[in-house]
Structure formats: structure tokens, C-alpha cells
Write a protein that binds this ligand. Structure first.
Ligand SMILES: NC(=O)c1ccc[n+]([C@@H]2O[C@H](COP(=O)([O-])OP(=O)(O)OC[C@H]3O[C@@H](n4cnc5c(N)ncnc54)[C@H](O)[C@@H]3O)[C@@H](O)[C@H]2O)c1
Ligand SMILES: O=C(O)CC[C@@H](O)C(=O)O
Length: 388
């Protein structure tokens, strides 16, 4: 029986992919083989020795200590693209909220009191304070052209906007899915100076902290609308707050409320709602549940953020999965242990990613306790699993 610990609510559609005759799933469980998580921060969590995999039912993995997991031979999976449409739709709503002043206008309409005739009179007199502008003809800057960014970019073109994108790490697959009408910026600085809206779709890492700061705000057009549906920390909220007060920024729409942002009429801060649709929650949960299951039951790896992509058809016999440091002579030492016991290798794959390497070895026979200990004790081996 595999044990799965859930740290957040994971959609039932995903949990159903882990059959109850093989999986025990609970929000409190000892010796878990896998953790399923959404936004719970795992940095301070004590990681049990039994843990083999973490499935992040979403895109961002900044709540998971990925390097530490790699050091312990634990695979971290995410669900690339599974919530991209949900975020794209909220970005569209955010652009409209920003340029049509929907937040403050709605607050005003809700605050008006009196008879219906008095409300009507007050509304007609007050609406001039909330006039906005339209999207067609305006320029949108998209920082990060991954699953979400390219969806947002393609959508904005359909709305009649001009779109400029920046992503030095864009993949070939990603570029194929991006409209050729999206203009390429050579740098962030070049992009920020020529857009009316700017939206961020990058992971939170050291290099993406405070991408918008006081200096970059000065380079921007007056009246810019800034959108952050990526992560808290990518925008310097203090600097944006000051730029709003100075009349430089027209509106700031984000998914990360704080005491500072609550004070601003020209800020809409939603409660981290980007991926909160039935469809996105199901897509993410199904994707990670299937990936974690394939890893636990067969050792295969799809969509891991720290392990290499590995798939090997099952053959008869026992499968050994070994995670090791990516150092010379590891395969030699591992296969010597098997050869010393006259165990024949039926099929084998070895792949590396960064400092890690991963082996799947199908053998004709069975690894006994002594051999298992020998494999575990090879210097540089981080985890050994015997999969029947
Ligand atoms: N608000 C929400 O609920 C919500 C939902 C989903 C994702 N997110 C956030 O959005 C982020 C992006 O999600 P995604 O699915 O598009 O991920 P993705 O991995 O498909 O795309 C990220 C893109 O950012 C690019 N990038 C990285 N550093 C960059 C930089 N300095 N400048 C420009 N581009 C850079 C990468 O090359 C990649 O193409 C996630 O990491 C997550 O933090 C938030
Ligand atoms: O699980 C969520 O609700 C948020 C997910 C989102 O932040 C992500 O990075 O995919």
C-alpha cells in the first residue's frame, strides 16, 4: 500500500486516479511515500525518510525546497500548463478591471444610498470619476512566455492589442505556440518603455525578484497598468505604491493582497485566485496524481522539475530505481553489485539532470537484503527502490 499525504485540498478528480486498493490518502499520515501539495510552504517541514515524490498540483514550485529534495533523492513533479487557461482568463479580467476602474466604481455604486431615483441621480453624477480606456490599439508587454504568458499574448492580439514579449528562456515548443505577431523585446528595459499594460508570468526565483522596481517604473509610460498574477515578490509593491500616489501608474492588479496594497483605491488585489477554477484544479490534480503514480509504481518520470525525463517499458522481473549524484563511475559500481550476484540486466536506462542522475534497471531475478544494502551504501547513491 502506498501512503499519500495531502497538504492542501486536492481535487477529487485527481485523487481518484490513485486507486484505494493500492493507495491510502490522508491529510495526516505517517511514513508517506508521496506528498500532494498546492501552495503550502514546505521549506520548514520535516521531510520523512519514506518520502519519494512530491506532486505540486500547479505550476510554481517556490513553496517547495527543491534543492533540498534533490539532495535527498526525492522527485518533485508539477503540472505545467494545466492551469494556464484559468490564469489567462483572470489576467483578461484584471486588464479590464484596471483600465475601466471596475473596483473603485463598484465600491462607489455600493456606497450610494437613498431611493432608487436618488441612487440613479447620484450614479449619473458620480460616474465621470470612473471613466476608463479601451484595449484595442494599446500595447501589452508580457514578461515570461511560458504556458501562461503565451496564452495571454495570443489572447491580447485577438482583442486588437499590440503585444511585445520578453523571455530569454523561451522553449522551441513555446515559440511554436506563440503567434508570429508577438513582437520580441531584446531586454526588460526595452519592453517596459513602450507598453501601456505589463503582465508577469515568470517563476519566483532570485533572478525574478523585484523585476519592477523604482528604477524601471521611471522608464515606463505614464498611466501604465501593471498586472502580477505570477508571485508576490516579483514586483516591488512599495515602489509601485509610490508610483500610484505620484500618478505614474494608472492601476495595479495582482493576486497577492497585503496591508500596503489594501490602502490603495487604484489597486485590485485578489486572493490568489489565478488557478481557482474547477477545470484548473481538476487538470492539475489529475496530472500530478498520474505522474506520481507512474513514478511510485514504475519509476517513470514525466514533468519533474528536478529529475530527468525517464520512461522505460516494463519487462518481466524486478525493477530497481536508483537516484545518485551525477558523478563518474556510478553506473559501473551499481552494475558491479548486480554482476557479483550473477544477476542479469534485462533493460536499463541512465539519465542525468544537473547534479542528479537516475537509473532504471530491470533484472532477471531479485535483489536480496544484502544486495540492497550494498547498493544503498555506494558513495553518491541517494535513494534505491525495488519495484515489483
Ligand atoms: N496566480 C496563480 O494562481 C498562478 C497560477 C499559475 C502559475 N502562477 C505563477 O506563474 C508562473 C508562470 O507559470 P507558467 O505556467 O507560465 O510557467 P512556465 O514555466 O510555463 O513559464 C515560465 C516562463 O518564464 C520564463 N522566464 C523565467 N525567468 C524569466 C525572466 N527573468 N524574464 C523573462 N522570462 C523568464 C521561462 O523561460 C518560462 O518560459 C509560475 O511559476 C507561478 O509562480 C500563478
Ligand atoms: O493551487 C493554487 O491555488 C495556486 C496555484 C498557482 O499558484 C500555481 O503556481 O500553479
Amino acid at each position: 500500500m502506498y501512503k499519500v499525504l495531502t497538504l492542501n485540498n486536492i481535487s477529487l478528480a485527481g485523487l481518484e486516479r490513485l486507486p484505494r486498493d493500492k493507495y491510502e490518502i490522508a491529510s495526516e499520515i505517517g511514513h508517506p511515500d508521496a506528498v500532494l501539495v498546492r501552495s503550502t510552504k514546505m521549506h520548514e517541514m520535516e521531510i520523512p525518510d519514506s518520502l519519494k515524490a512530491i506532486g505540486r498540483a500547479g505550476a510554481g514550485v517556490n513553496n517547495i525546497p527543491v534543492d533540498k529534495m534533490s539532495d535527498q533523492g526525492i522527485a518533485v513533479f508539477n503540472a505545467p500548463g494545466a492551469n494556464a487557461n484559468a490564469v489567462k482568463e483572470l489576467v483578461l479580467a484584471g486588464m479590464l478591471m484596471g483600465c475601466r476602474n471596475i473596483g473603485p466604481a463598484w465600491d462607489f455604486a455600493r456606497s450610494v444610498e437613498g431611493t432608487d431615483a436618488e441612487i440613479n441621480k447620484a450614479v449619473e453624477a458620480g460616474k465621470k470619476n470612473f471613466g476608463g480606456f479601451e484595449l484595442p490599439g494599446r500595447t501589452l508587454g508580457v514578461i515570461g512566455l511560458g504556458a501562461i504568458g503565451r496564452n495571454v499574448a495570443n489572447m491580447a492580439l485577438q482583442l486588437g492589442m499590440r503585444v511585445v514579449g520578453f523571455d530569454p528562456g523561451i522553449t522551441v515548443e513555446g515559440a511554436w505556440q506563440l503567434s508570429s505577431e508577438v513582437e520580441k523585446a531584446g531586454s526588460m528595459d526595452e519592453l517596459v518603455s513602450k507598453v501601456d499594460f505589463i503582465t508577469f508570468h515568470v517563476p519566483l526565483v532570485d533572478a525574478t525578484r523585484n523585476l519592477i522596481n523604482a528604477e524601471r517604473l521611471k522608464m515606463m509610460r505614464d498611466g501604465v497598468v501593471i498586472l502580477n498574477f505570477a508571485r508576490n515578490g516579483i514586483i516591488d509593491d512599495e515602489a509601485v505604491s509610490a508610483a500610484i500616489k505620484a500618478g505614474k501608474v494608472y492601476a495595479y492588479v495582482c493576486d497577492f493582497p497585503s496591508n500596503l496594497l489594501k490602502d490603495h483605491e487604484r489597486v485590485v488585489a485578489l486572493p490568489h485566485l489565478g488557478a481557482s477554477t474547477v477545470e484548473a484544479e481538476e487538470n492539475c490534480a489529475i496530472m500530478v496524481a498520474e505522474q506520481v503514480r507512474d513514478y511510485l509504481e514504475h519509476g517513470n518520470i514525466r514533468n519533474s522539475v528536478n529529475f530527468p525525463e525517464v520512461y522505460m517499458e516494463r519487462t518481466e522481473g524486478q525493477r530497481i530505481a536508483i537516484v545518485n549524484r551525477n558523478e563518474p563511475n556510478m553506473v559501473g559500481q551499481i552494475t558491479s553489485v548486480l554482476a557479483n550476484q550473477n544477476l542479469n540486466i534485462v533493460d536499463m536506462i541512465n539519465k542525468s539532470r544537473g547534479n542528479l542522475a537516475y537509473n532504471l534497471i530491470d533484472i532477471d531475478g531479485n535483489v536480496d537484503d544484502t544486495m540492497y544494502e550494498q547498493l544503498c551504501s555506494i558513495g553518491g547513491v541517494l535513494k534505491v527502490r525495488l519495484i515489483d
